[in-house]
Every structure is written in structure tokens, then in C-alpha cells.
Design a protein around this ligand. Sequence first.
Ligand code: NCD
Length: 308
Amino acid sequence: MSVRSLIDITDLSTAELEELLSVAQDIIDRPGDYAHLCDGKKLATLFFEPSTRTRLSFEAAMYELGGHVLSVTGTATSSAAKGESVADTAKVISCYADIIAMRHPKEGAALVAALNASIPVINAGDGGHCHPTQTLADLLTIRREKGRFTDLTVGLCGDLKFGRTVHSLINALARYEGVRFVLISPEELKVPSYVKTTLREGGIPYAQTTDLEGAMPELDILYMTRVQRERFFNEEDYLRLKDSYILTPDKLRNARADLAILHPLPRVNEISVAIDADPRACYFKQVLNGKYMRMALILKLLKEAGRL
Ligand code: NCD
């Protein structure tokens, strides 16, 4: 890998997370200072899987820094349809752009791209593996809502097996003192064992349960997720599990007054729209926070690559 990329959230040290959070806050406070920092620079967004938020968030981030965007969406209209490898695509795009944001259905695809590109690659989601920039959005939201990353009981609910945002968020928060996880899912959709190994080896307290309402009173954060239909091997299992958890106002009866409810979106029906007006609902704030964090990340990686 010739230049620094972001493949996994663990690629960033705690100090670097702080640096990104503080740049994002400065962007919020003084957007004008950032409006031309990427003049003439190009971001290539290569999205080989459906996306609205993440791709547009990266593109909006680059435009707000004064830069340009080159975009590939879907495999049908790109050379991937002709059988081009991720490695070759990464080499080719390196000739056109300054930085790549890539989403791909295969775990490890972003790493392969980074190993072959001569420009920074940002993993915008690789299969059911990880999604580090969603975690950056989640972290800024937690910082703005709770003011801290320490001493938090964090409930993660839904599809913890295939939900890549969950895996990255656990890896990010696991480094802070006093964080405790409550993993709420159906038996079939528990977190993968490699994530549990990280928790166990780090001595990080966690509980596994199927009972959302039972866990509710102790939670500082509730991170709801969609059941990831596209990763199931058969539709029958999906149909059986898709409505396992639906957050409705009555389920919040025993929740804390200062609970923060997060969701990476898109929402299917895991959170009733009746909750949107609840001051504890933070999922639309998360979207905006994601753009600021992606701006901070693009600046950092371009600078480290000597392109700014
Ligand atoms: C998530 C993803 O793509 O993993 N969406 C997003 O990027 N905000 C979550 C999901 O698709 O359920």
C-alpha cells in the first residue's frame, strides 16, 4: 500500500479519531474556511452496491470542499460487467482521481483496491464486514448528543450478524473506558465470532439477549439496524426474521430520558415513524454529521498523500 487508506475503523488511532472530530466541529462552526481547500481535486465514488446516503454524503462533502466528483454506480454500466478485477479498476481510477470512496458487495474488496491504488481508498462498505465512515458519523453524533465516549451502555439491536455498521461501531467504542455493550438480536443474527473475540480479548463487558424491552432501562444509546435482506441465503429466513424488532413509542416507556436513538439508515420498519418527533431520535442528525466527518477524512487523507 503506497499511501494511507481507510479500510477498517481500527486503522485510525484514538488520537486520530479526536483530530477528525475536532476538524468536523470546526467545519460546522466555520464552513467558509473550508470551501476551497480541495479546489481542483477529484473524488471518485465507485459504488458497486445500492446506496443513497453514503455516496451522496461523500459527493456533497467533496463539493463543499471545492472539489469535483467522478462517479460510477452499479456494476451494469461499469467495466466490472466485462469482468475487470477490483485491482485493475483501482489502478485505472488512480490515473483520473485524487481519492477513491468505494462500496462493494465482497468483504475485503476495499483492501484489494487500496493495495493496488496509488491514491487513498476509503472503504464505504465491504459486504457484511465493515463500514468505517458510518462509524465516524455515529461517533460525531454520540459526541454531540452525550458529550463523551466513556461510561456508556450501548445497545445494538437487529441484524448484528450482517450489519457492517455494527461491527465497525463496536470496534471504535471498544477502546474507551467504561463502555458496555448489550447485543440484542435473534439467535440467528448474533454478532460474528471475530467481533466477540475482540470484546473478550479486550476484557470489554457485553451481554447478549433477544429482549429489547428488558434491556431498555439501562441503555444510554440504542443503535437500531435493518435486517440485511441482500446478505441472506434464502428469502424464507429473511421473511421470518425481518420484523424481529420494531421500535414503537410504547417500547420506550422504560427508556432513559436522555437515551440517544441511532440508526445508520435506510430504515425499513425497525423504527416507527411515530418516534421521529421524539427528541431522543438522532438518526437524521447522524446523516448530517456523516457529511462533516467525511469532509474531515478527505482532507486528512489527501494531506497525508501529499495531494493537498
Ligand atoms: C448502512 C450500510 O450500507 O451498511 N447504510 C449506510 O451506509 N448508512 C446500513 C444498511 O444498509 O442497513
